[in-house]
Design a protein around this ligand. Sequence first.
Ligand code: FAD
Length: 117
Amino acid sequence: KLGNATAKAELGRATWKYFHTVMARFPEKPTEDQQDALRSYIHLFARLYPCGECAEHFQQHLKKYPPQVSSRQAAAGWACFIHNEVNVMLEKPEFDCTNLGAFYDCGCAEDEGANKH
Ligand code: FAD
């Protein structure tokens, strides 16, 4: 049981890191197509998340708080907010979303524009 909890937490940490990094790299001024892509991605991510109980909870959160995809700032702020919803549910401390800044810098600044097909 402890092994399960540890694996679930590890998966969660790795996933959140990736999830917030996606938002931090989303275009500042996304096209309609890029906004659609992020919205679809988030819904599929929630459906396919490998921890079934987590996926179930997260889909409920999404229904209540639909993804914000109008800009990088909106997406990053929304992701921070929704992660805080999970934090509250799990009785973890809330993260200060004004401190996001360069927290999710992927070290790929030289690719700026590479994801703006
Ligand atoms: P995590 O919550 O994993 O956070 C990792 C790091 O991210 C933190 O140390 C902090 O530096 C930073 N961080 C924290 N909050 C924020 C924020 N709001 N915005 C940006 N950065 C932040 N576990 C369950 O037991 N039950 C569930 O139902 C469940 N649902 C989940 C749903 C999803 C979509 C995901 C990705 C994970 C879920 N988890 C669930 C796992 C859980 O959220 C944690 O990842 C896990 O418990 C490990 O927690 P942690 O304290 O190490 O920090």
